[in-house]
Structures are given as C-alpha cells and as structure tokens.
Design a protein around this ligand. Structure first.
Ligand code: NAD
Length: 477
C-alpha cells in the first residue's frame, strides 16, 4: 500500500474516526495494486454522522447567507491551492488522465464559487392575497439534513456539486463517496476546517453498499441526493424509509445523431471527445451513434482513424485514454462488443481488453450495430461506441428516444429545420447541438425517464435543497 495516501477515516462532527476495521481494498486500475483499504461503515457509524449533521443544522441554517458564501469562497481557494494532490489521488484510484483530473478539481473549486454567489441570491416573493389586510410572503428555507451518495467516475465533482449547493442553501450534509475512490474525498474534507466551515456541517462516511443503504434508508435525513447507476437508484427508491425529496442522477446510454447536413469533421471530433474522454466512463458519454446513410461511410472511416490514434497509458502519464476503473467495466465492454458482433456489427478498431496488469479496454468502434443490439440500448460506460446508419428523420428520432435513457443527446446538423425538428423531439434533459458539451455550471443538469429526476448545476440545483414556506400575515383588524 502506498504511504502517500491519506488515512481512510470518517469525518463526523469535525473529528476523524475509524468506524470499523478496513476490509475493502481500493485498487490502482493502472496496475491492479492495492493502494489503500477502507471500512464499510456500519449503521451505527452512519447514525453518528446523521446525528452530527442534525445538531449542526440548528445553527448552520441560521448563519447568514453572506457568511456561508464567504466560507464557500474560502473552500474554493483551498481546493485550488491543493489542486496537484487532489488531482493525483483521483488519477491513482480512478485511472483518468491526470490532465482530466486537474480539470475536474478546477471545476470543483468553480462549483464552490458559483454556489457561494448563488447563496446570496435566494429571493422569496411577496404575492397578492385574496383578502384585504393580508400579506402573503413566500420564503425559501433549507430542506434540512441531506444524505449524499456518489459514484466513482467524477470522484470530486459529484461530491462538490452536492456539498456546494447544500451548504449554500443552509443545509447540512452526510456524504458517502464511492468505495472505489475514497482518498480524494478524505483529502477534500480535510479542507473544511481550514475553510472555517463549522464541525458537523459536512460529514464523511466511507464504505460501499452497507454504508450506502444505511444512509439512504436513514429516518434522520430530510433529502437524499444520489448519483449512480439506474439499477441502484431504482433499488434505493424502493427501500426509502419515508416519502422524502430525492434527486436521482442516473445512467445514460446517450445518442449522437449525425444528419446529412452535418459538418462531418466536427461530428467526428465531438464523438471522439464525448465518447472516449474519461475512457467513456461519463454518464453523458456518447454510446450509440446514428449517422445518415449519405455520410455514414465518411463518418465511420474518419472516426475509426481518429480512435485508432488515441494514446492509451496509465493516467499519471497523461494519455488520451487511461485504464477503465474496474473489472465490471472490462466485462461490460466485452459483452456489449461481442453481442453487437453476433447481431451483425463489425469492429473497425479495438474490440478487446488489453493484456496488461490492471483493467484496460482498447478504444473501440463497432459499425452497423442493429438498433436493438445491447450496445445501442444499454449504457456501456466504457470506451466503446456503436454506429448505426439511418434513412429518415422519423426513424432516427425513434432510435434515439427508443430506450429508457433520458439524460443527454447530441445532434450534428447545419440545416436549421433539422436542428429544431430533431432538437425539440428528443426526450432528454440535455441536448447539445453542433458541440459535445451538454453541461455548464449555470444551466440545470438532470435526466428524464430512467435517467432520473431533479437537477444539479444552475439555480435549479440550489432549489433542490430549499423548501418553500408560505407566510400568510394578517396585519389589519
Ligand atoms: P453505483 O450505482 O454502483 O454506485 C453509486 C453509489 O451508490 C456508490 O457510492 C455505491 O457504494 C452506492 N451504493 C451501491 N449500492 C447501494 C445501495 N443498495 N444503497 C445505497 N447506496 C448504494 O454506480 P457507479 O458504478 O459507482 O457509477 C456509475 C453509474 O453512475 C453509471 O450508471 C453512470 O451513468 C452514473 N452516473 C450518473 C450521473 C448523472 O449525473 N446522471 C453522473 C455520474 C455517474
């Protein structure tokens, strides 16, 4: 085990505690070696964290918005000051190229700044009342104690969006990060005290599904913010202890449509970025591509050439593509490619795991994937893209909307009629046209259908941590 990893402990009420013996191995995906070992926090450890958050809520909710903003800005500065080490920890445990980890850490700091600024812009309303001598005021108040559960593909950003919005709103929070990537979270939480954030306002519990279940089902939380797979989100929804506000940021299987009018080179560049960045392990990764038959050959040839040139190496060497984070991803990529080939598809580059220590899959393009093949219907979450030719606009909209996924879709088209007709018909929470970046900090980011509900980013992201109160005041007798 590496001596340079932080000690994996829970942070509860400002104290570092060891809730149980460490039993879960955390691996470096580039080598397969164990880099640290963490506990799966049992129910009583989660109880202690929720109780700490409840105690802290009594005063944090009363701290002025301007003071909360000041502390969040300070936390942003501390994150920037620790960018090298936070980013290194992301890459060591998750595998992504170090340049991408640095980008993620920088965006985490930006999220703290953004919500610091939004904290002082939570305005209520005074609204007309049917009775004379009565005033109705709508106030937005913090929802209370938040339970937050996050996945491994953006180890810091996905924690940060929740912590930033919750703290800006006046909520307190208990975070359970993914068991695959605990160390950057531990290091981030060590910055809370120097930022001046009071003990208990943000608490950290480490672990896997035991800790996750204990937090999600805890009767002491007032909101659950979950990001993860569609299956886990559905299991949690079935097991909630009470009717609870939830945000569910779930899985994708995102389509890219390339029409006859598209700038094919731009579409290839967009597909390369959004299909293979972070080794395709992004909820908004392009997984299935529908290309009009008139440009299909050109698109596939150019994409195949570009993908075959991607450098693949350990993340600390800053290649184009690093290892995938765990064995499940290698297996899912293998299964989806094999099924597509059985169904009539043809691998044009890659197609198999790489034979080296750790967990690796070659960047892969499969052409002529039938629209009902598993590669075109289920999220792969790895560096694999399937291409399907199409003929009519109606057909391609049916393909894109034909799965349970509703997170993000991409469209390359220069014909305005296609841009609006297809752009409006897509049943997705985020649609990027002639660019591959579906999410920005100040726009609501959320899924539809099986991809979940609720928002992160933007004012809507903050609104999810607030509840409205109607104060009806009679002021004349
Ligand atoms: P996962 O669902 O396996 O795990 C997510 C988290 O839930 C982890 O912390 C895990 O320990 C915890 N968990 C597991 N079982 C649990 C249970 N029964 N009760 C409570 N918690 C439990 O997901 P993952 O493999 O870590 O992440 C990949 C998935 O996340 C992909 O499907 C991806 O699309 C999705 N994702 C979605 C978004 C989004 O914004 N929509 C963003 C990133 C990732």
């Amino acid at each position: 085990m590496s001596a340079t990893m932080p000690v994996p402990r829970n942070l509860i009420a400002g104290e570092w505690v060891e809730p149980a013996p460490p039993t879960i191995d955390v691996l470096d995906p580039a080598t397969g070696e164990v880099v640290t070992r963490i506990p799966d926090t049992p129910a009583d450890g989660v109880d202690a964290a929720v109780a700490a958050a409840r105690r802290a809520f009594v005063y944090w909710g009363e701290v002025s918005e301007f003071e909360r903003a000041k502390l969040l800005h300070r936390l942003a500065d501390l994150v920037r000051g620790d960018l090298d080490e936070l980013s290194r920890l992301i890459t060591v445990e998750m595998g992504k190229p170090i340049g991408e980890s640095r980008g993620e850490t920088a965006k985490l700091a930006d999220a703290f700044d953004y919500y610091a600024e939004e904290a002082v812009r939570v305005y209520g309303e005074t609204i007309p009342n049917e009775a004379a001598g009565v005033t109705s005021i709508i106030r937005y108040e913090p929802v209370g104690v938040v339970g937050a559960i996050t996945p491994w593909n953006y180890p810091l950003e996905l924690i940060g969006w929740k912590v930033a919005a919750a703290l800006a709103a006046g909520c307190t929070i208990v975070v359970k990060p993914s068991e695959y990537v605990p160390s950057s979270a531990v290091r981030l939480f060590a910055l809370l005290e120097p930022a001046g954030i009071p003990p208990g306002v943000a608490n950290l519990v480490l672990g896997a599904d035991v800790a996750g279940r204990a937090l999600a089902e805890h009767p002491g939380i007032d909101k659950l913010a979950f990001t993860g797979s569609t299956d886990t989100g559905a299991a949690i929804t079935r097991s909630l202890a009470k009717a609870l506000p939830t945000s569910m940021e779930l899985g994708g299987s995102c389509p890219l449509i390339v029409t006859a009018s598209a700038d094919v080179d731009a579409a290839v560049a967009g597909c390369l970025r959004r299909g293979f960045r972070n080794a395709g392990q992004i909820c908004i990764a392009i997984n299935r591509v529908y290309v009009h038959s008139s440009v299909h050959r050109e698109f596939v040839d150019k994409l195949t050439e570009a993908v075959s040139k991607l450098s693949v190496a350990p993340g600390l060497d800053d290649p184009d593509v690093g290892p995938v984070t765990n064995r499940d991803i290698v297996e899912r990529c293998s299964e989806h490619v094999a099924a597509a080939v059985r169904d009539g598809g043809m691998v044009t580059t890659g197609g198999a795991p790489l034979d080296r220590p750790g967990t690796w899959f070659a960047p892969t393009v499969v052409d002529h994937v039938p629209a009902d093949s598993v590669l075109a219907t289920v999220e792969t979450f790895g560096p694999v893209v399937g291409v399907t030719p199409y003929e009519t606009t109606e057909e391609v909209v049916a393909f894109a909307n034909g799965t349970d996924a509703g997170l993000a879709a991409y469209l390359y088209a220069l014909d305005l009629n296609e841009v609006f007709t297809i752009g409006h018909a897509l049943e997705f929470g985020n649609v990027a046209v002639n660019n591959p970046d579906a999410g920005i900090m100040n726009a609501p980011y959320g899924g539809r259908k099986g991809s979940g509900h609720g928002y992160e980013h933007g004012r809507e992201g903050l609104r999810g941590y607030l509840v409205a109160k109607h104060l009806r005041i009679k002021y004349s007798r």
